[in-house]
Structure formats: structure tokens, C-alpha cells
Design a protein around this ligand. Structure first.
Ligand code: ARG
Ligand code: GLU
Length: 674
């Protein structure tokens, strides 16, 4: 009797903790988790995390450049995000003469903070549930228009949760004057690059520093020399006390996309069709770009951000397929669905309807994904689209073209076009008669692509004019692709399961799951809205007999340092500091050495978009900057496994150490309260 009781207690305890570190919670509903958070060491209240009336931590979190997160760390709008999130901006400011990617950039005063045209950050004003308003017949457009009229620079969005069972309005303030303050050299900010990407142990100093500027009323405004540093309602206090295994961690940011509730059919599609196809296509593109980058420094810079973007998901998908297979996600989903059917015979038709809906939409969704990975990536089309644009006036078109050509190499695009048109010809069942005719007239896709790039007259900025673009053979290609775009449009959704014809079955299915599976902690799938995840600093069993410690140090950087390899060739200043052992206040005893902490891992449930997110301790103080997941975690968008899944964080002490010892920019410390 006692033993069964003990077993029961143990079982409950494990299921409880197993559920608890998983999930990405809406901040306005965090009170439902606060008890669990407190039991794990959290010291603040739900109101500290999110409040409509008072300043709260949410006021210090920003959506950075539409796809990353950042955190405000001073009263003067100073903002930290990842190096890879600031990468586009840093690259745009870089030239062969001023190569801020390679050398880093450190403003020495406000005057040297560099404007970043086009870079925006969004700060959440508040979120409201609007399920009832929609049900009462108000349209999304009406709700958004009302919200945007509330204040200067207000931007609103209505997002569905749980496949449309609920809807929320998110109101943001959009800031357009954001300036670069500091960035480490790439060999720190992107140390290890693609080789180390998605891998632990990690030694990347993946941070960059910006500042938000506002007008004299502290409101969003276009860039102006008169603008002043933005004064946030709240900023994060930094803790330099450090972390240890088991410490509570919380992450506050904008996760982009998860698919927690999809059925076995969708898992199969991802693991067996979508991911393998996309991986193979990206391998081809990366080979072409990589070759060209090796040959020319100019091309290396021009294609740096493009290459990094392509490589990132390419590698992630490889880990994802491995992870789905390792966890047996497909089989688990099938078993779960069987149990659902057995226990809810009256609702079993939902699964049949879902399966039929997947079947109906499979070809369309595949063609959408295929188009995105092939034809869409042929870049010279963009200048024709600029010329055709109804939104831009002639002057703006000229400016947009100039921006386009700055990072464009015709010969690279030609090779990409030849390869991608060939693949599309082989796999694209939604090909338009127009494109088919072009291929046939030239003896196939590859020959057509060669001909196109031999005959285009808009390969350079000097040769560009609106008239030339509209009369170019490239315009004919764009016209031939348009019907394909129209045909895939009905399938253009965040995920396969969000196609309305599928989602309409998901809505009652997920609702039924919530009523049936009472043990499960349901959180809405990530959709680039603000979320809280929490967990703890923890190592993990990587392989049989191989435990991975949760923290890395400067020692590991020195072990990987290699002047012969671009991505591991650290700045001399870092070697010098290491040789001197003069770490000042950043020196600690860690992993058995006097050293400097670099990265750590935790059990927070995160995904793309959480890059740059503040990682907070139990008092809500900033202890690190999130930037990645480990290789065994990349399937966590589909199945999160708490024993394996870890997010990777750059220790705030390493950020400050680099600012201080490599950047010589300790003038920033005072405003950060360091
Ligand atoms: N894997 C991280 C994320 O998903 C970092 C990517 C940046 N690094 C790179 N080599 N592309 O965004
Ligand atoms: N690096 C990712 C990003 O850009 C975050 C890591 C992840 O996908 O978990 O958002």
C-alpha cells in the first residue's frame, strides 16, 4: 500500500514537472502559471510580468526587426539583441572600407550611433481578447483601425490562438529611429558560424547593441537629428551575479512558430517530404553562394546575411528530422489519436475530416513550399517588381533599386536561377503554361535560365531604369511566374495546418482535446506574439556516457581559436586579455578554472523569434541573451522533450566583458547601472 502510494506520488511529481517546463504562455494570462513558477523559485507577481496600468517587465521587451526579440537595459532606450538579429543592419552599414561585420563597431558617444534606415522595433502597449467582438460581427480591420487610432505610432494586429478558438488584439508602438551602438567582430558575434550553429557546447558572443530614439514627446518618429533617446516605462536591471545549475530562468520574447497540436499526417509530411526536399534545395544554393564567397571578399560581404539565413533553417531542418525520428513523434501521435478515437467515438470524425483535409491540400502546400525555396529566391525578379510597384513613386523606385544592387552579384544569381529553375521544372506541378512555354522554347529550364541572364539588360545599378526593367526579358519571366503565385496563394500560411480548409477542422479538434485531455497543459502555438517561458539552468545527457555541463567559458574559445579558419579566428585583443588573465570584475572560478563565463543552457521552451530574448532570474533581472537551441532540441517546435531540449543563452557577463575589454565601450555601463 505504502509503495503504491509512493509510486503514485512519484508519478504525479514527474508528470507535473514534465508538463511544467514546457509551454509558451501569454503574458496577460500568466496568473494561471504563477503558482507553478513560484514553486520553482520565481519571486515576482503576475502583475510584475504584465500589467496594463503600471509599468511592468513587458515594457522593456521589444519585437526587433519583425522577427527577433530585444530588451531595453537603460533609461535611455539602450537595447540588446543578438548579433545575428542585428546582422542585416550591421551588414547594410558595412562596406569593404568600413567592414563592421569583420571588425565590429563601437560608438564612443551618442553622436557616433549609426542610424539604420528601415530598422523598426515594436513595444507592446497591451493585448486584449477579442474573440467576442469578432463573434459579434466586428471585422478584424475595424478592430485594428480603432486600436491604431488610439496613439502616435500605434500598430495593431489581431492573432488567432488555438486554431481560431480565440483571438487577441495586440497593440504596439512602432519606433523607426533605431541606431547601432555596438557590435562585436563577427569572430565573436558569430564565432563558430554555421559549424557551431545549433550546437552545444557553444562559445558565441551573439549580441549587438542598439538605441531607440523618439521625438521630444518621447513618441515614435522618423529619423531626425533632433530625436532623443527613448525613455522606456521600464527597463531591465542587469544581474552580474551569475548562474548555476538548477537556477530558475524565465524568458520573455516573441517566439515565431510552433506546431504542438498537429496530427500524425502533418508530422509525416514534415519529416518525410517537406524537410528533406527543402534541405536538398538549400544545399544546392549554399554550395553556389559558398563558392562565390570564397572567390571574392566583396561577394562574401554582399551575401553574408543571405547565406546565414539560408544556412540557418537548412541546418535546423536536418536536426528536426533526426529529432522527430529519435523521439518517435509520428508513432506517438498515432497512438494519441487512437486513444482519442476510442475515448471520444462521437468526435472521431474530426480526425477523419482532418486527414481528408490534409490529403486535399497536400499538393498545394507542397507547391507553395517548393516555390518559396526555388523560384522566389531568384533575386533579379525583385527589380522588375520594384519597377512595377504601385506603392512607390519613381524616386523611391530608384532608391529601392540602389538598395537591391548593393548586395547583388549577377553571376551568383545566374547560377542560382539555373539550379532552381531546373529543380522547379522537375517538381513543380503548379507550373504555369507561360513558364512551361518559356522553358520549352529554349530547350528546358536550365537553357532558358542561361539565355535569360545572357540577355538581361538590368544586371547592374548603372543599367537600371524603370523602362529598361519593364522591357527586359526578366519582366517576361516575372509575368510567367505570376500565375504560379496566384495558384499557391490559397496555401500561403504560417503552417500547413493553418490553411483555412484544414484549420476549420483543427478548431473543433483542439477544443475537443482540451475538454478531454485534462492533464495536458495547453498553451497556444507560437505565432510571433509575446510569450513567457520558464525553466531552469540545466545540463543534459547528450549521448551514452556523455553529460553536457550547462556552462561554457573563455577556455573553450581559446581551444577553438584558429587564425587559419575565418569563423574561429578571434580578435587579437581577446587573445591578449586571455594571456594576461586580467579579467577584472568579469573573472570567476568556473568549471575548475579562473576564467570568464561565455554561454549557458536552460530548459526554456523557445523557438525562432526568441533570438535576442531577455533571459531573467527569479527576480526578473537580466542574466543573459537567448540565441539558439541545442542540436537535440531542434524538433521542439513539434515535440518538446524536457529531458533533452535546451535553449542556448549568451551570459550577460560575457556581453559586458566584450563591451569592456574588446570594444572599449565601458561608457555604456553607467546607464546600465553596472
Ligand atoms: N540558430 C540560431 C537561430 O535560429 C542562430 C542563427 C544565426 N547564425 C547563423 N549561422 N546563421 O537563429
Ligand atoms: N536563433 C533563433 C532565432 O533567430 C532562436 C533559436 C531557436 O530557434 O530556438 O530566433
Amino acid at each position: 500500500m505504502k509503495r503504491t502510494l509512493l509510486l503514485l506520488v512519484l508519478l504525479c511529481a514527474t508528470t507535473f514537472s514534465a508538463v511544467a517546463d514546457k509551454g509558451m504562455w501569454l503574458p496577460s494570462l500568466i496568473s494561471s502559471r504563477i503558482k507553478d513558477m513560484k514553486s520553482k523559485g520565481f519571486k515576482l507577481s503576475a502583475e510584475d510580468i504584465y500589467s496594463i496600468n503600471e509599468a511592468s517587465l513587458k515594457d522593456a521587451v521589444v519585437l526587433f526587426d519583425g522577427g527577433c526579440t530585444g530588451e531595453i537595459v537603460s533609461e535611455k532606450g539602450l537595447l540588446i539583441t543578438n548579433h545575428h538579429c542585428g546582422y542585416d543592419a550591421i551588414q547594410s552599414l558595412s562596406t569593404v572600407e568600413h567592414d563592421y561585420l569583420t571588425n565590429g563597431y563601437w560608438a564612443k558617444s551618442h553622436d557616433e550611433e549609426l542610424p539604420c534606415p528601415g530598422l523598426k522595433v515594436h513595444i507592446l502597449v497591451r493585448m486584449d481578447e477579442v474573440t467576442d467582438r469578432l463573434a459579434a460581427g466586428e471585422s478584424r480591420e475595424e478592430i485594428i483601425a480603432k486600436a491604431e487610432a488610439e496613439g502616435v505610432g500605434f500598430r495593431a494586429k489581431v492573432e488567432s490562438m488555438y486554431y481560431g478558438n480565440q483571438a487577441y488584439l495586440f497593440i504596439y508602438r512602432e519606433f523607426n529611429d533605431v541606431r547601432l551602438v555596438g557590435a562585436p567582430p563577427t569572430t565573436i558575434g558569430k564565432f563558430g558560424a554555421d559549424n557551431d550553429n545549433w550546437i552545444w557546447p557553444r562559445h558565441t558572443g551573439d549580441f549587438s547593441i542598439f538605441r531607440i530614439y523618439a521625438n521630444e514627446n518621447n513618441e515614435p518618429a522618423e529619423f531626425s537629428a533632433q530625436n532623443k533617446p527613448y525613455k522606456p516605462a521600464r527597463h531591465f536591471k542587469i544581474s552580474t551575479k551569475g548562474v548555476k545549475e538548477g537556477d530558475f530562468t524565465m524568458i520573455y520574447g516573441f517566439p515565431g512558430n510552433t506546431q504542438e497540436y498537429i496530427t500524425s499526417d502533418a508530422v509525416k509530411y514534415i519529416a518525410e517530404t517537406a524537410d528533406p526536399t527543402k534541405i536538398a534545395l538549400r544545399t544546392e544554393r549554399l554550395d553556389i553562394i559558398g563558392e562565390a564567397q570564397k572567390e571574392s571578399v566583396e561577394t562574401r560581404i554582399k551575401y553574408a546575411a543571405k547565406q546565414a539565413n539560408i544556412a540557418n533553417a537548412w541546418k535546423k531542418w536536418q536536426g528536426e528530422v533526426l529529432g522527430i525520428n529519435r523521439l518517435g513523434t509520428y508513432g506517438k501521435k498515432v497512438a494519441y489519436e487512437t486513444r482519442f478515437r476510442t475515448e471520444n467515438p462521437d468526435k472521431a470524425y474530426l480526425l477523419d475530416s482532418l486527414a481528408a483535409a490534409y490529403e486535399r491540400n497536400m499538393e498545394g502546400y507542397f507547391n507553395y513550399e517548393l516555390y518559396s525555396e526555388t523560384l522566389r529566391g531568384i533575386e533579379l525578379q525583385q527589380v522588375v517588381n520594384i519597377a512595377l510597384s504601385e506603392r512607390l513613386n519613381d524616386e523611391q523606385k530608384q532608391a529601392a533599386a540602389a538598395m537591391f544592387y548593393k548586395d547583388f552579384v549577377l553571376d551568383v544569381d545566374r547560377k542560382l536561377a539555373v539550379a532552381m529553375m531546373t529543380e522547379y521544372e522537375a517538381m513543380g506541378t503548379f507550373i504555369s503554361p507561360e513558364l512551361k512555354a518559356l522553358f520549352e522554347a529554349h530547350g528546358g529550364a536550365a537553357k532558358y535560365a542561361e539565355w535569360l541572364y545572357d540577355n538581361t539588360r538590368i544586371g547592374t545599378l548603372e543599367s537600371f531604369s524603370i523602362e529598361a526593367a519593364l522591357a527586359d526579358p526578366m519582366a517576361e519571366f516575372v509575368a510567367a511566374v505570376a500565375p504560379i503565385q496566384a495558384r499557391i496563394k490559397p496555401y500561403t500560411y504560417r503552417n500547413f495546418s493553418n490553411i483555412p480548409d484544414i484549420e476549420r477542422w483543427f478548431r473543433p479538434y483542439v477544443k475537443a482535446l482540451m475538454e478531454w485531455d485534462k492533464e495536458r497543459a495547453f498553451f497556444p502555438d507560437a505565432n510571433l506574439t509575446l510569450r513567457v517561458a520558464y525553466g531552469k539552468v540545466a545540463g543534459y545527457q547528450y549521448a551514452d556516457g556523455e553529460y553536457h555541463l550547462p556552462q561554457t567559458t573563455l577556455e573553450g574559445i581559446m581551444q577553438k581559436d584558429n587564425p587559419e579558419i575565418y569563423d574561429y579566428n578571434i580578435p587579437q585583443s581577446l587573445r591578449d586579455v586571455y594571456a594576461s588573465k586580467e579579467y577584472g570584475r568579469w573573472g570567476v572560478e568556473l568549471n575548475g578554472k579562473y576564467t570568464v563565463p561565455v554561454c549557458f543552457i536552460a530548459t526554456n521552451h523557445t523557438t525562432g523569434g526568441n533570438s535576442g530574448s531577455p533571459v531573467l532570474n527569479n527576480k526578473g533581472e537580466l542574466i543573459g541573451v537567448n540565441f539558439d537551441r541545442t542540436w537535440l532540441s531542434t524538433m521542439s517546435d513539434i515535440e518538446f522533450d524536457e529531458t533533452l531540449c535546451r535553449n542556448i543563452i549568451c551570459d550577460i557577463r560575457y556581453v559586458l566583458f566584450v563591451v569592456d575589454k574588446v570594444g572599449g565601450a565601458s561608457w555604456l555601463f553607467e546607464e546600465m547601472g553596472i
